[in-house]
Design a protein around this ligand. Structure first.
Ligand code: SF4
Length: 327
């Protein structure tokens, strides 16, 4: 089957200036990432803040340009941003942000905002829009009497439902969700995640679900990619990654996920803070914090290689030190 979206060797470099007169330093926010998403599949992207996962999400949608590498959607190269072709394609790809209040216009009613993509992409004549809006509101669990409300009159969970309804309005093939529930109360998170999973399955939508919260990702993702300092360090089916994580960084992340009814045992505590992306450690960027680091790790970058059973990992130890070396 052809992937719905396929990214190849994506690189995004930002110039960060330290202080008013500091020299700009290049930071490789995304550094050679390849990823594909099949139709109807949900891939979780996890990692600490600064790992490049949000930048990667925006690059997949063409909102952030890649300085190197390419993105193909339905086997065709992504058109240049802000062209008519790109705008037409954007109706098939939607983004759900972390903060629903920031994503919504405080001056417009809920119904008007859900109908917006129908207008922008000229999908349905205005006279037929109320029916489609009502259908979308029902699908995300909003009541009909909330149609004329404004964002500030709704709870955080309801606002995120509005954002999701708006994302669904254009019948997208792909939704990139960037920390979609992290601003919500824990009690609401599960409801919204379950609703997203149901809608995704029912409508056959592929989803890229970006989150620092592995509990949430575990509930929704078919496959998980773990990012560290701009690179994918492990990718595997969701079950496998939570049952038998291979990369030492993944092991540490997974060990911190509580399992209901069980004490948190065998937790791996990482030493130190994530390194400064502007000053990336040599060799394996994870080596200053890795309990398994050895000499080769300080000088040779481990490549992401196939480790069997549909899994890849970038670690000299996991790959048995047979990893091809990169400069
Ligand atoms: Fe740890 Fe070395 Fe593997 Fe990096 S390559 S994760 S430092 S063992």
């Amino acid at each position: 089957m052809t992937p719905l979206i396929e990214a190849q060797d994506l690189v995004r470099i930002y110039q960060i200036r330290h202080g008013l007169f500091g020299r700009p330093t290049p930071v490789r926010a995304v550094d050679g990432v390849s990823l594909s998403v099949m139709p109807g599949e949900t891939i979780g992207i996890v990692g600490e803040s600064g790992s490049g996962k949000s930048t990667l999400g925006r690059m997949l949608l063409g909102i952030d340009d890649a300085q190197e590498g390419s993105v193909r959607f339905q086997a065709r190269p992504m058109p240049a941003r802000n062209t008519a072709e790109w705008r037409a394609l954007r109706s098939k790809m939607q983004l759900v942000f972390q903060d629903p209040l920031a994503a919504l216009d405080r001056r417009l009613t809920i119904a008007r905002q859900i109908a917006e993509p129908l207008d922008i992409h000229k999908l349905i004549p205005r006279q037929h829009q109320p029916d489609r809006v009502a259908e979308l509101m029902r699908a995300v669990g909003l009541r009909a009497d909330q149609a004329d409300r404004y964002p500030h009159e709704l709870s955080g969970g309801q606002r995120q439902r509005v954002v999701i309804a708006r994302a669904l309005a254009s019948r997208p093939k792909l939704i990139v969700c960037d920390e979609p529930v992290s601003a919500l109360d824990v009690s609401i998170q599960a409801q919204v995640v379950n609703m997203m999973r149901d809608l995704q399955e029912k409508n056959g939508i592929a989803m890229v679900f970006i989150s620092h919260d592995l509990k949430v990702v575990r509930n929704i993702a078919d496959r998980v990619a773990v990012m560290y300092l701009g690179r994918i360090v492990e990718e595997a089916p969701s079950d496998a990654i939570f049952r038998t994580p291979q990369h030492p960084y993944t092991k540490a992340l997974v060990s911190s996920v509580p399992v209901p009814g069980k004490r948190l045992e065998g937790r791996v505590i990482l030493q130190g803070e994530p390194p400064n992306p502007a000053n990336r450690p040599s060799g394996c960027a994870f080596h200053p914090r890795c309990p398994l680091a050895r000499d080769i790790c300080r000088s040779v970058v481990p490549e992401l290689v196939d480790i069997g059973e549909g899994r890849t990992a970038a670690c000299h130890v996991v790959a048995g030190e047979t990893t091809p070396v990169a400069a």
